[in-house]
Design a protein around this ligand. Structure first.
Ligand code: EPU
Length: 421
């Protein structure tokens, strides 16, 4: 298993192009199940999760392949609506096949995702919506089986108890081929959720209100395949923004606008960085002194939970104390103990971490059990004194396209080392 080795202390400077968004690509790939014919998705990041999804679509009976940033999915033949445990356990986002399968096949058997490193993450909201649309839901032997008597879902009103990202995506996909109108309220408003609606509409769906908390969907008889380029990854961009801020660097992020990142930009400015639009991207110039700032994670447009670990790392070096409250997931502080091993001073009490800024971090052997926590450790390695080894790089590879190959040209002293546990 690979690890990432970083010798800290370099100031980052230069430009980096942002890859396509993982969390937009995954639901869009599953939406291809809704229409016969060949879909082409471009600007798809070369990530482990994308390859897992390609395999899952293949297991369901679709022809799916990835080459050079392009995913092709052809779902013309018979679809076997069963998502097995061995793939779902590798990637929780596999649950995204549920809505498309129920809409296309009138039934689906999907392994329950179960707990994961960042929390229990149930799918009760997805199931409640499908039941409201006329489906019968049964749980047995670790699988959820959804059957639609009569084969076609019926449009309905569904109010989410709280905004769920993949829940909103699953129900959108379920409703586009339903009989009649579905209204979803209290929807997730993340840019990736909106992007899925854009693609579904391009396929012939009739969705209104995408990107808002109330979405109205008039079911249609059929959809057609599309050729579509995926939006840039706001979390990859945010991670590089923190890299620039933490190293007092000067980095231009190419191909990403301000809109999806406003909450992150606001916090970086509070921390003392200069963040400006430049060309088709964003330029971040870090300051020598990092100011403390408090953060509360929230569904979009609030501060994203997927940037919490990275901002916490930045606050470790702030001149003062910051409070970081995680409200979206109940167990998303796995980076804390590793950052403390590198010399940080962070205390966790329930859902709030109090970060007392320190003057330096020290390189260490570290590992994390989830994707964004691993990213925060790479960032810590960039500023730490000495050498840091980040283990279990497969977490990073789920969400970052060779992060070391993008950081090295900016001046980071970073490389991938094969063969570590
Ligand atoms: N929840 C329930 N019941 C449900 C659905 C969600 O209780 O039926 C809870 C979850 O347990 C969690 C909260 O609601 O506490 C929010 O979960 P949400 O459903 O919004 O998260 P998700 O759809 O499982 C997606 C992203 C995550 C990102 C979150 C929040 C994908 C594939 N995953 O997860 O991305 O953190 O939304 O924005 O889109 C990542 O990329 O590192 C990542 C974890």
């Amino acid at each position: 298993m690979d690890s990432i080795e970083i010798v800290g202390g370099s100031r980052l400077a230069g430009s980096v192009r942002i890859s396509g968004a993982k969390n937009a690509a995954l639901p869009i790939m599953t939406a291809a199940l809704l229409a016969d014919g060949e879909h082409v998705f471009r600007n798809v990041p070369n990530l482990r999760d994308v390859h897992t999804m390609t395999r899952l679509l293949g297991r369901l009976g679709a022809d799916a392949s990835y080459e050079g940033g392009c995913v092709q999915v052809k779902a013309s033949g018979a679809i076997e609506p069963t998502a097995p445990y061995d793939l779902v356990k590798q990637m929780r986002a596999s649950v995204l096949v549920l809505g498309p399968l129920v809409a296309r096949c009138g039934r689906a058997i999907v392994s329950l995702p179960g707990g994961c490193a960042i929390g229990a993450r149930p799918i009760d909201q997805h199931l409640k919506g499908l039941e409201a649309m006329g489906a019968d839901v049964e749980l047995h032997h670790g699988y959820v089986e959804v059957i639609v008597p009569g084969g076609r879902l019926a449009g309905s009103d569904v109010a989410f108890d709280f905004p769920t990202h993949t829940g909103t995506e699953n129900l959108k996909c379920a409703a586009v081929l339903a009989q009649g109108r579905t209204t979803l309220t209290n929807c997730a408003r993340e840019p990736e959720v909106e992007e899925l609606a854009r693609v579904l509409n391009k396929m012939g769906a009739r969705i209104e209100g995408a990107g808002t908390s109330v979405i109205s969907i008039e079911g249609v008889e059929s959809l057609h395949p599309v050729d579509h380029a995926i939006i840039p990854d706001r979390i990859e961009a945010g991670t590089f923004m923190v890299a620039a801020a933490a190293t007092a660097g000067d980095v231009l992020l190419e191909g990403i606008g301000f809109e999806p990142l406003e909450a992150v930009v606001a916090k970086l400015r509070e921390a003392g960085s200069t963040v400006e639009r430049e060309g088709d991207g964003i330029r971040v110039v870090g300051s020598e002194v990092i100011q403390p700032t408090d953060i509360i994670t929230q569904p979009h447009p609030g501060f994203p939970t997927d940037m919490q670990a990275q901002l916490m790392m930045l606050m470790c070096l702030a001149k003062g104390t910051s409070r970081i409250t995680e409200t979206v997931f109940e167990n998303r502080f796995m980076h804390v103990s590793e950052l403390n091993r590198m010399g940080a001073n962070i205390l966790v009490d329930g859902r709030t971490a109090t970060v007392h800024g320190v003057t330096k971090l020290e390189g260490a052997e570290v590992m994390a059990t989830d994707l964004r926590a691993s990213a925060s450790l790479v960032l810590a390695g960039l500023v730490a004194e000495g050498t840091t080894h980040v283990r279990r790089v497969y977490h990073l590879d789920r969400g970052y396209e060779h992060i070391e190959e993008k950081l090295a040209p900016l001046g980071a002293n970073i490389k991938r080392v094969s063969g570590h546990a």
